[in-house]
Write a protein that binds this ligand. Structure first.
Ligand code: MN
Length: 254
């Protein structure tokens, strides 16, 4: 069993060390993580400069490979040039904060897992719903239980999949019900925050994500609000299948 672990919060984030420790004993583990916090970088690849990798020991865990790039860079470089053998599973996280609904489009945590999925490898992204790492060890234990059950189910032998897991920050999270959910929707982000730099020029901070808008029964938002673990199976096909016929009538031409 070979597992590749990445994240988007950077190699020094407590979440990835906790996930690596939780996977102890599962087999051979490779860790490739960004040098800096790369949250919100989605599936970006670095194409305008070369990447470097250095080794680090983090929280007593040996063998972290640190990449001066994005989460997708980390997995991409590991899979296409560095690892001698293809992993059986790619894990990402544990992220500092929720990746639910529209977050999944911006998330580097989901993207790192998706990079594995795009290379045909089963992958799971893990996030804690609230920032701040409260009950991180409990989330790591819950992540390990999910990995164990995925392995025991035989799913790894049945082709690639992409799971997006969000944990409520609770001490008893490993014992909480799990809901297999669909993505909810958020309201649009808050407006940018304008400030002035020391030279009198305007600068802009991207505002916070919007609150949940579509958070009904069956969504990831709803499950986590109920104190449950949300597991959303994801796909990467963005095609508006229902819209194809409409657009064919408007714009199609033989
Ligand atoms: Mn993050």
């Amino acid at each position: 069993m070979r597992i590749l672990i990445a994240n988007d919060d950077g190699y020094l984030a407590p979440g990835i060390a906790a996930l690596v420790r939780a996977c102890d004993g599962l087999g051979h583990i490779d860790v490739y993580a960004p040098e800096q916090n790369a949250s919100g970088t989605s599936n970006a690849l670095t194409l305008t400069r070369p990447l470097s990798i250095f080794q680090a020991k983090v929280e007593g865990v040996q063998g972290f490979n640190v990449v001066n790039g994005t989460p997708s860079d980390c997995v991409h470089v590991a899979l296409t040039g560095v690892l001698a053998q293809k992993p059986d599973l790619v894990l990402s996280g544990i992220n500092n904060g929720a990746n639910m609904g529209d977050d999944t489009l911006y998330s580097g945590t989901v993207a790192a897992a998706m990079e594995g999925f795009l290379f045909g490898i089963p992958a799971i992204a893990f996030s804690q719903a609230e920032k701040g790492w409260a009950h991180l060890d409990a989330a790591a234990a819950a992540a390990r239980a999910i990995v164990d059950e995925v392995i025991a189910s035989g799913a790894l032998q049945r082709g690639p999949f992409l799971l997006n897991v969000n944990f409520p920050n609770r001490a008893d999270v490993a014992a909480r019900p799990r809901a297999v959910t669909r993505l909810g929707r958020r309201h649009s982000s808050e407006p940018v925050i304008q400030q002035t730099n020391p030279r009198g020029e305007p600068i802009y901070w991207i505002g916070p994500a919007g609150d949940a808008r579509e958070a009904g029964q069956g969504t990831d938002f709803h499950a986590v609000a109920q104190g449950c673990v949300s597991i959303t199976p994801l796909q990467v096909d963005l095609t508006d299948h229902a819209g194809r016929a409409v657009w064919a009538s408007r714009l199609g031409r033989a």
